[in-house]
Design a protein around this ligand. Sequence first.
Ligand code: AMP
Length: 183
Amino acid sequence: MLRIVLLGAPGTGKGTQSEKLVAEYGVPQVSTGDLLRQAVADRSELGLQAKSAMDAGELVSDDIVIGMIRERLEQSDTANGFILDGFPRSQTQAGALDELLAEVERPLQRVVHLQVDDEEIVGRLMARGRADDTEQTIRNRLQVFRRQTEPLVEYYEQQGLLRTVVGVGDIDDIHERIKAALA
Ligand code: AMP
């Protein structure tokens, strides 16, 4: 049973570390970024609505992502837990998540905050080269993170759920640090 959030700016390794946690704990990774990219690829109505915000590095509307998460967490593969990657990203999303999990009596157990310096992040994302990884969009995504998502660090700290892990160095070492933070 593992119900956790990986919190961190873009490029801090949430996706990479989620994959390792999936292998370790056997619970699915739930990434709103992946779900949104799939919706765009499928040319669904929701994908069309989300695309311009994604291209600009802005947040997609809370309604859209909360709806997606609600549906995803209703699927049976999340019964033993989940690793949330890239959600929540705003206070509204965090509140909605708490409500949703309270309804089913499956509250969050931990929030792992992956910490990496901005310049390291920009370097990593430029090297990754996804369509929304231009320098300008990256800088905007970082600003959006600072403004809208970083306040959640405090929010989860107050709930006693937060553990901060330095996300720099060897991928396996970071994984070990995360495991220690979850123990
Ligand atoms: P990611 O793969 O997590 O970097 O997400 C890619 C893009 O999808 C972000 O830059 C946002 O435009 C959008 N996105 C992903 N997750 C969320 C979320 N929880 N809230 C709002 N927008 C999101």
